[in-house]
Design a protein around this ligand. Structure first.
Ligand code: GMT
Length: 403
């Protein structure tokens, strides 16, 4: 079954029936905002459901990638109630209650938290409460580290002890890149008081949806770059605009910016300052990413931190090569000189030079785009990566060793 297939109620009932031997009953918790961790969690949920498992997704609203799919994942929106005593509504506690309700009525084998805070805490609480339900086995708890949950948020002194605790308490921890696993070990495994195993399971891409022909094979008449992000400071969109201006001064090259977030106003002000308003288009948040990525000559990413760079992988699957800063796990996704070009994060001229190199050499960009597509289809193939999560769950639930 494809992840996009509409649910067959009978299949769904079979997968979720108590005691059904093969399918696993899996609860996934994620952020519903536009952002890589919610995308990966939603795509994983859909792929696992397509493989016959009974999959529930918990969040405080429906993640966009799930919302647009008819796939047989059961969505549980838990928002809690506002109350004058709360400065903000503790939806993470409502999520714990929602998980417990489901576990008590149907049972869950695995709880998979995407992005450590607050989801691993919610999973830990739900599992702890489930230990007291003697007629059911408590779910196994998996935590997937995505990036800033370790490098910016989780290691801040205000959260670090709790982050370390929930990592210790997880039955398995995975990271989306070797670099993130290494950084997690360096920060959190010192004085861990036990083994600090982190499985590296990279992100994956739906190479049927993200495809070079996603826009019907259309290309732009003028050299065109595209960027997709949540415009957080870590994405350095204003810096990216300066690099674009340097690379394309005096030309008609264009840049399309997709997404929205805190740095949108700063980015607009840099566009005004540089006088490139005619050549830069702010599109805001969009779901039609394949159609926007495929016709571009180059995808650009100028982050100061990036554990993986899912948007770069989605561009690669569309046959669009990447120019990016060499930070975190980006070099595990983009092969420098093969599927794109990388520059040091503090070298604006170097970044601009690489962008210029690729943006104005369509033949080279197309060759790198083909290589990028091939890498996306093999190293980051959905089926193979999802099978690794499945094997991990089986190991935890049945004690079956991964092969
Ligand atoms: O860390 C964030 O900014 C949020 C997070 C998300 O939810 O989008 O992004 C991280 O997870 C993605 C999916 O695994 C990765 O592709 C991103 O590289 C990573 N972001 C950073 O490390 C900055």
């Amino acid at each position: 079954m494809s992840p996009q297939t509409a649910p067959d109620p009978e299949e769904l009932r079979d997968a979720c029936r108590e005691g059904s031997a093969r399918p696993l009953r899996i609860g996934i918790i994620c952020h519903p905002t536009y952002g890589g961790s919610g995308v990966v969690a939603s795509e994983l949920a859909l792929s696992l459901a397509a493989r016959g498992h009974c999959v529930h997704l918990f969040s405080y609203s429906v993640p966009p990638r799930l919302a647009r799919s008819p796939g047989p994942v059961q969505m549980h929106v838990a928002q809690g109630i506002p109350y004058p005593l709360f400065q903000s509504t503790p939806h993470d506690l409502a999520i714990v209650s929602s998980i417990l309700n489901l576990h008590r009525s149907e049972g869950l084998d695995v709880l998979h938290a995407h992005y450590t805070l607050p989801h691993a805490v919610s999973a830990y609480l739900a599992r702890a409460a489930a230990f007291f339900d003697h007629d059911r086995r408590a779910p196994r708890m998996v935590t997937t580290l995505h990036g800033t949950d370790i490098t910016i948020v989780g290691n801040d002194p205000s959260y670090a002890p709790l982050t370390q605790f929930v990592l210790q308490q997880s039955d398995a921890v995975t990271a989306v890149s070797n670099d993130l696993a290494r950084r997690t070990r360096d920060t959190f495994c010192v004085g861990f008081g036990g083994p600090c195993a982190i499985d590296v399971i990279p992100n994956f891409v739906d190479a049927e949806l993200f495809h070079p022909r996603a826009a019907g094979g259309a290309t732009h008449a003028v050299p065109s770059a595209v960027h997709v992000s949540n415009f957080r400071p870590v994405k350095r969109v204003p810096w990216l605009l300066r690099g674009f201006e340097l690379a394309t001064r005096g030309t008609n090259a264009r840049l399309t910016l997709v997404g929205d977030g805190p740095d949108q106003a700063a980015a607009r002000s840099v566009v005004r300052e540089l006088g490139i308003g005619e050549r830069v288009l702010f599109l805001g948040e969009r779901d039609a990413l394949p159609e926007l990525l495929a016709p571009a000559d180059v995808f650009v990413l100028a982050s100061s931190e990036e554990s993986f760079g899912l948007s770069a992988l989605e561009a690669m699957a569309c046959g669009t090569p990447v120019v990016a800063t060499r930070v975190g796990g980006v070099s595990e996704v983009v092969d420098d000189g093969v599927s794109g070009l990388l520059a040091p994060p503090d070298d604006l001229e170097g970044f601009a030079a690489r962008l210029k190199e690729l943006l104005f050499d369509r033949k080279r960009a197309m060759a790198m785009g083909s290589a990028a597509r091939a890498i996306a289809e093999t190293r980051f193939a959905r089926g193979a990566v999802v099978a690794r999560y499945e094997a991990l769950y089986r190991r935890l639930v049945d004690g079956v060793r991964e092969t």
